[in-house]
Structure formats: C-alpha cells, structure tokens
Design a protein around this ligand. Structure first.
Ligand code: ATP
Ligand code: LTN
Length: 333
C-alpha cells in the first residue's frame, strides 16, 4: 500500500447475498484501484444491524463477504480489507458526529424514507442515523474519494456537509471527500422487473443472480427473465427487459451493444438468454472457485480479519484522537 497516494474508501453492507449487480456495478471496478490509491474497503456489519439479523447467518455472511472481496481480486495485503465492527472507532466517531448533524438533514435522506416505508414495523434510530455512521467510516480514514452508486450520493453529500461543518468550527480536521469518478460499472436491473435495480434485499430470488449461484440456477433465472412480446432484437429503452440482458451480456463479455445486437440478429430471446447465462457462468466461475478454496482455509481468513483490523485501527484511531482533542474530551492514555 502506497501511503503517498490519495485515500479511497468504500464498502458494502454485510446483508444478504451479493448480486451480480453488486459485482458488475461495484466490486469488479474496485480491483486494481490499489495501484493508484491507498484503498480501504469495509464489510459494513454495523450498518446491517438496522435490520434484524439472524446471528449465526449474519456472522457467516460477514465472513463470506470478506472472502468474496478477496476472491474478486482485492488483495488484503495491498488494500485494507476489514470488518467495520472490528474497529471500535467507527461507532465512537459516529456518536460524536451525531451531535454535529441536524435531524432535519437526516429527515431528507431518501434512503431513510424508502427503508422506513419498507420496514414500517422497525423504524429504529439506527436507520435514521445510518448516514452519520457512514460519514464516520469515510472521515476516519481521511478519504479523498469514495466510489459509490447513485443511490449513495446523497449520503456522501451529507458526509461532506458534516465534515465542512466540523472543520468550520475546529480547523482542518477532516478531508472533505469527493465521489470517485472512475470507470463506471454497469447498472444491472432486476430480472423480474427491469424498472427496478437488481438488489440483494429483493424478496423474489428470481429477480437477482447471486454471486454464489450454481450454473443451473443461473440458467434457470436467465430463462425466466422478463422480456417483452415484440420479438425484435434491439437495444432500446422501449424494450427494457432485453436491454438489461444485453447490458449484463456486454459487462460480462466486454462487447458493445452494437456488436451484441449484430451477434443476435435474427435470433429468438431464448438464444439470447442461453448465451447470457453461459457468459455469466464464465465470469462467476473463477470467483466461486476461489471462494471455495478460501472456505477451506479458516485460519487464513481469521488472520486477514485480524491483521487488517489492526491496520485499519491504526489509521482510524489517529483521526479519532485528533477529533477528541479538538472538541475537548480528555485523553487519559
Ligand atoms: P440492499 O438491497 O441491501 O439495499 P443493494 O444490493 O442495493 O443492497 P448496496 O449494498 O446498496 O446494494 O450497494 C453496494 C454497492 O453495489 C454500491 O456501490 C452500489 O452502487 C452497487 N450496486 C448495488 N446494486 C447494483 C446494481 N443493480 N447495479 C449496479 N450496481 C449496484
Ligand atoms: N451505505 C452503503 C454502504 C456503506 C459505505 C460506507 C459505502 C457504508 N459505509 C462508506 C461507501 C463508504 C451502501 O449501502 N452501499
């Protein structure tokens, strides 16, 4: 890891199974960034607590996400890859930042509005202050850039507001982060409703391809994907289901939409779906193979989690100590 580089921070919630959307839209594009940035990637398990979790499944998911990061090509020696809850500074800074965030700001967050509508029986305070914890994640590492999808830009904006407010009172404590504008990943839509994004919290398992789905499941889900009754091979907004299948196919093969339309000219949708499933299977096979290997080596992952938590703590604690000193908390150590 090169300490002279700018700092990049990102992460994913350890909730549910990662989808092909998470991979093509985010994870895949993170690989290789370590050559240019000092990269920190968190498995955001504290954020997952805003929804009730089954403890053993939750623990397994967090570990699995760690393995998926590594299997996707994020080297835990060149990047800092860690569990959010293993660095206590996150929760501590989040509390402090809560006191520098206005209720009115949090009420405007669209994710809060969406998620509280979805989980009307559990609109907890954590769901409300979720963006503050996210701000703490980013600001602890003095991140310059944060790769996030469109849906998270509002959270990055509030992070910037909190950082600027804090700096305005205490001097330059935090780096004010920018969204990472790099290679843009594919936006993958639901296989069952192409107007919605493919999402790991979708209740219909046929809507998403999960990274660890076996080849037969992938073939079945592709076969069932919603298309249209036009029976025309074209890449256009009027045929959103087919367009989504082509987008996924392009992301998996590196081909352009024009090439793909040409390739399938005169074919039926069944042939498109068949080729698509084989392309997806080919992309996921090496990742799945690597996850299987990692699953066999318990001590390797344990060791990665431990050493990377220490590396993350070192950086995070430096910022936290500075913050505490600035606001007048006593350092007794
Ligand atoms: P949830 O359903 O739990 O809200 P999600 O599947 O929508 O989760 P996030 O955890 O919000 O995913 O996102 C993790 C990362 O994956 C983000 O960078 C996000 O932009 C990206 N991402 C998620 N879904 C897609 C998608 N369908 N297409 C492209 N990128 C995606
Ligand atoms: N909220 C994000 C996950 C997340 C994150 C972060 C992303 C938590 N903390 C810090 C970037 C930086 C999501 O749902 N994708």
């Amino acid at each position: 890891m090169n300490k002279d580089h700018k700092v990049l921070y990102s992460g994913m919630q350890a909730t549910g199974n990662l989808t092909l959307g998470n991979y093509l839209g985010a994870l895949k594009n993170w690989v290789g960034l370590a050559d240019e940035y000092e990269c920190y990637y968190g498995v955001m398990d504290l954020h997952s607590l805003t929804v009730r979790q089954d403890p053993p499944a939750f623990r397994a998911h967090a570990r699995e996400l760690m393995m998926i990061y590594i299997a996707a090509g994020i080297d835990p020696e060149k990047n800092v890859l860690y569990l959010q809850s293993s660095v206590p500074c996150h929760a501590e800074l989040a509390w402090i930042l809560n006191c520098y965030t206005y209720i009115g700001e949090l009420q405007r967050m669209t994710q809060f509005k969406d998620k509280s509508a979805k989980h009307a029986d559990n609109v907890n305070a954590g769901l409300f202050t979720y963006p503050v914890l996210m701000a703490a994640d980013i600001l602890l590492y003095q991140a310059d850039v944060v790769p996030v999808g469109k849906d998270q830009l509002q959270h990055l904006e509030i992070t910037r507001d909190i950082a600027q407010r804090f700096n305005g009172i205490y001097g330059d404590v935090f780096t004010v982060p920018e969204p990472y504008i790099g290679k843009i990943g594919a936006r993958v839509m639901s296989l069952q409703d192409p107007s919605k994004k493919m999402s790991k919290s979708d209740e219909n398992p046929n809507a998403s391809i999960y990274l660890l789905d076996d080849p037969d499941t992938i073939r079945r889900k592709c076969r069932r994907a919603v298309t249209d009754s036009e029976a025309t091979i074209a890449y256009r907004d009027e045929q959103p289901g087919l367009k989504n299948l082509f987008d996924i196919y392009c992301a998996c093969t590196g081909k352009t939409p024009e090439e793909v339309v040409h390739e399938f000219a005169g074919c039926g949708y069944g042939q498109v779906k068949e080729a698509l499933s084989e392309a997806v299977i080919a992309v996921l096979a090496p990742l799945q193979e690597k996850v299987k290997e990692l699953q066999k080596d318990k001590s390797y992952i344990d060791n990665v989690m431990k050493t990377n938590a220490e590396r993350a703590y070192y950086t995070a604690n430096k910022t936290l100590r500075k913050v505490k000193k600035k606001i007048g908390l006593t350092d007794v150590r």
